[in-house]
Design a binder for this molecule. Structure first.
Ligand SMILES: NC(=O)c1ccc[n+]([C@@H]2O[C@H](COP(=O)([O-])OP(=O)(O)OC[C@H]3O[C@@H](n4cnc5c(N)ncnc54)[C@H](OP(=O)(O)O)[C@@H]3O)[C@@H](O)[C@H]2O)c1
Length: 265
């Protein structure tokens, strides 16, 4: 049933479309975060991006190959690191036009397997880290700027992802409530909700290559479009919300090949 649709498009990128714009992407070293960084720098924006792993930061910087991208090692679960990130962003960029809060991690655990430690781990990176990143960085976001969270296409149930799904639902709530709170500053707040996306990790901690292949097959079968999404497709949706959707705020936009839309597979 999987149809391999081509996602190749002729390049229409204007390398100066976002010249002079400043952006921050948390969790920008691999997968969709890196694709967002690339989409921004390809259009001339200057970007600070984060991750915890020094090796991944170095690899990302080599892959991006542009001085418009600034890697900063920062752990979103560490309040002091979030405060330091605010200062680093102020030093490097001055202000922020677009803030993408993308870091996250899933762990497959059944009801019986979830422990207090695993619960805290999941909520700290996905929910608490996302909230306090915005709390600390929002003062740097300019009037007319915008914030985009990464949640997950949650309208279909995933057994084994209760803690992760709950943490991402919290992030979806932040997108709505903070959209209201930041309205007076003319800052829009939205979220992208990816389905199965073909990233190195598929968003799941410690997947073996074999487990990843199985997960990709499950995704192909469960997604009405019959395939996983590409990181470029997610980045396009994230940039649309951040840059072009100037009359849209408080929205969680599915980027899921129809997965969460009840349209059948
Ligand atoms: N892939 C999917 O199918 C899928 C589907 C739905 C939603 N999502 C969500 O989409 C986002 C991106 O997923 P992905 O699959 O592209 O990549 P990922 O493997 O989930 O990694 C995302 C990025 O987050 C960083 N990160 C993880 N923990 C961090 C922390 N505590 N502080 C700072 N950075 C941290 C990672 O770098 P380091 O490890 O170096 O820190 C990496 O750069 C995540 O929020 C994920 O939950 C993914």
């Amino acid at each position: 049933m999987a149809t391999n649709h081509s996602t190749q498009q002729p390049s229409t990128i204007n390398p100066k479309a976002l010249e002079g714009k400043k952006a921050v992407v948390t969790g920008g070293t691999i997968g969709m975060g890196q694709a967002v960084v690339r989409a921004l720098t390809d259009r001339g924006a200057e970007v600070v991006y984060t991750g915890r792993n020094e090796h991944r930061l170095t690899e990302a910087q080599a892959a991006l190959g542009t001085q418009l991208a600034h890697p900063v090692r920062s752990d979103a679960t560490d309040m002091a690191a979030i405060a330091a990130l605010r200062d680093q962003v102020a030093d490097i960029l001055g202000g922020i036009d677009y803030l993408f809060v993308n870091q996250g991690i899933a762990e497959f655990q059944t009801l019986e397997e979830v422990t207090e430690d695993s619960w805290d781990r999941i909520f700290e990176v996905n929910a608490k880290g996302s909230f306090f990143t915005v709390q600390r960085l929002a003062p740097l976001v300019s009037e007319g700027g915008s914030i985009v969270f990464t949640t997950v296409s949650n309208d279909q149930i995933f057994p084994g992802l209760s803690a992760y799904s709950g943490a991402k639902e919290a992030v979806a709530a932040f997108a709505k409530v903070l959209a209201a709170e930041l309205l007076p500053r003319n800052i829009r707040v939205n979220a992208i909700a990816p389905g199965f996306i073909l990233t190195p990790t598929m968003g799941v901690a410690d997947l073996t290559d074999e487990q990843r292949s199985e997960f990709v097959e499950q995704g192909n079968a469960a997604t009405p479009m019959g395939r996983g999404g590409t990181v470029e497709e997610v980045a396009a949706a994230a940039l649309y919300l951040a840059v072009e959707a100037t009359f849209t705020t408080g929205l969680e936009l599915p980027v899921d090949g129809g997965f969460g839309q009840g349209i059948g597979g």
